[in-house]
Ligand binder design. Structure first.
Ligand SMILES: [Zn+2]
Length: 426
């Protein structure tokens, strides 16, 4: 018999039932959960962890986190002035921070500034036990076109001697269906877990917009077909209903953001069984309009948030009321910035979402999206012992997921850290 751990829960959300259960115990042997329930006996040899003053949940999962930058305020400098090695260290730091905040797994849908495969090395080194940190599921590179939301050289587009040189250094940027089919094969060759495409424009970049289609139909279709031939899923950065319908028609697995969704399109997504990771965090200042906080955003981002404010508010209502499979992701772009993984919970609750829908998204549904649902996402017999616990009331406190009281990954307990910018009324 291996090492036994016996956890006494205050309340338990197990990722399966929409309730907080009283009087639950969890028995763990090494890295696995062997028993859960009110009747579980405490073996004499077990280490006892008393979490009776907390709510215990599965380890949380952030399904949309660009891990490669250290500081949100200096991200534009980090793009060009730091090495790929620096970026890999940024990724490691982000994985350590996420774990200490109760997020035991994170999904990296392409590097914002890294253009290499460092995230895959960090993923593997954490799995091999050389470093502690959240489990990483990654698409290393953003597959995209020139001038797209993935092409950060658009910042200096009018200095072509620089801009074209940088553009040509982005190995996942190109044109034509053959280029994109091959980019998918290269991505899988390097060891990415899934494929991420910048199918359409976005908010953060200066010279494109979220209603713009950037990869053409043939290119999108080539990516999705090739990935499926190779047994990988594809998710797309996308906002507007016409593009969402197109991608669903090509058989895409997932859709990130979808912030301008309409009801008719939501129905189509639901029927197709594709998932949406709606990433509320970046649009909060527009959706819950805050004229002061919005000033802290970069000028071009702020201008687009203002311009699309009404559409973003309408889209949020559609997402809230839809029956699509929703995942939980922040779209965090740096380790230190104005939101952390737990802030998405606040955004969901303040948008009027049922807290159980948010908890399900961050646990069981995200595990399905990451294709790890046979191992994580719920607290039940046979699953890995990824367990978090929270002091605050998950049903009523929007900041509950910012204040982690306990975290265990694969049966090992790690130190926790409260979110540093838990402000004013904390
Ligand atoms: Zn993103």
């Amino acid at each position: 018999m291996g090492k036994l751990t016996y956890i006494i829960c205050g309340k338990l959300y197990d990722g399966i039932d929409r309730e907080l259960k009283d009087n639950q115990k969890i028995l763990i042997e090494d890295d696995r959960i062997v028993e859960v329930g009110p009747e579980v006996q405490q073996p004499e040899s077990a280490q006892v962890i008393d979490l009776s003053d907390t709510t215990v949940t599965p380890g949380m999962i952030d399904a949309h986190m660009h891990m490669d930058n250290i500081d949100w305020h200096t991200i534009r400098q980090e793009v060009y002035y730091t090495s790929e090695e620096h970026k890999a260290l940024g990724i490691l730091r982000t994985a350590q921070k996420a774990l200490s905040r109760g997020f035991t797994t994170v999904r990296h849908p392409g590097g914002i500034t890294s253009n290499g495969f460092g995230v895959l090395d960090v993923r593997d080194m954490i799995n091999q036990g050389y470093f502690s940190g959240s489990r990483i599921v990654a698409a290393a590179r953003l597959i995209c076109t020139a001038g797209s939301h993935g092409d950060l050289s658009q910042t200096f587009a009018r200095r072509p001697e620089f801009s074209f040189a940088v553009q040509n250094m982005i190995s996942s940027l190109g044109a034509g269906k053959d280029f994109f089919a091959n980019a998918v094969r290269e991505e899988i060759k390097a060891g990415s877990d899934f494929i991420k495409i910048m199918a359409t424009g976005g908010f953060f970049t200066p010279y494109d917009n979220p209603r713009q289609q950037q990869m053409n139909d043939e290119e999108m279709e080539a990516v999705i077909r090739t990935a499926h031939e190779w047994g990988k899923t594809v998710t797309a950065h996308v906002y507007s209903p016409d593009h969402i319908r197109k991608l669903v028609g090509f058989g895409i697995d997932g859709l990130e953001h979808c912030s301008l969704l309409d009801e008719e399109t939501a129905q189509i997504v639901e029927e197709a069984g594709a998932y949406i990771v709606p990433t509320f965090c970046p649009y909060e200042e527009a959706v819950h309009y805050d004229p002061v906080k919005i000033q802290t955003k970069q000028p071009e981002f702020r201008a687009k948030l203002e311009y699309y404010k009404d559409a973003l508010q309408a889209g949020r209502e559609v997402i809230k009321n839809c029956k699509c499979k929703l995942g939980y992701g922040t779209d965090q772009v740096a380790t230190h910035q104005n939101y952390e993984s737990g802030y998405e919970y606040k955004a969901w609750l303040e948008s009027g979402m049922d807290p159980f829908r948010a908890l399900e998204a961050a646990t069981r549904i995200n595990a399905e999206i990451l294709q790890l649902d046979d191992r994580i996402g719920t607290i039940e017999k046979g699953k890995l012992a990824d367990i978090s616990a929270w002091k605050r009331d998950l049903m009523t406190d929007p900041k509950a997921l910012l204040d982690c009281a306990f975290v265990m990954k694969e049966g090992v307990v790690y130190p926790t850290e409260r979110c540093e910018d838990m402000d004013e009324d904390a």
